[in-house]
Design a protein around this ligand. Sequence first.
Ligand code: ZN
Length: 99
Amino acid sequence: MAIPCPACNKADQTTATCARCGCDLSKLHAIVESAAARLTVARAALVGADCSGALAAVEQSWQLLHSSEAARLGFLAAGTLGDTVRALQWHRRARADAE
Ligand SMILES: [Zn+2]
């Protein structure tokens, strides 16, 4: 996944070091990959009807990276659990990310 360089703001950096300023981006890429891995766990949990497990994995992903996919999965898991307060919280996160 491409990330912007936090040092020089060059967009779409996919390598371990920034192409413009040489900043080490490896730890940031590791965080993004970890967040994506937690979403993979969440999707599998939802497919297996484990909404609590899905919600836990989504929350872990969200702590690493705020993504619209995490917000949507969180909304789905919380809504399926009947937890309207958390579903609304995820809905707001998804809307905020879309704006
Ligand atoms: Zn840079």
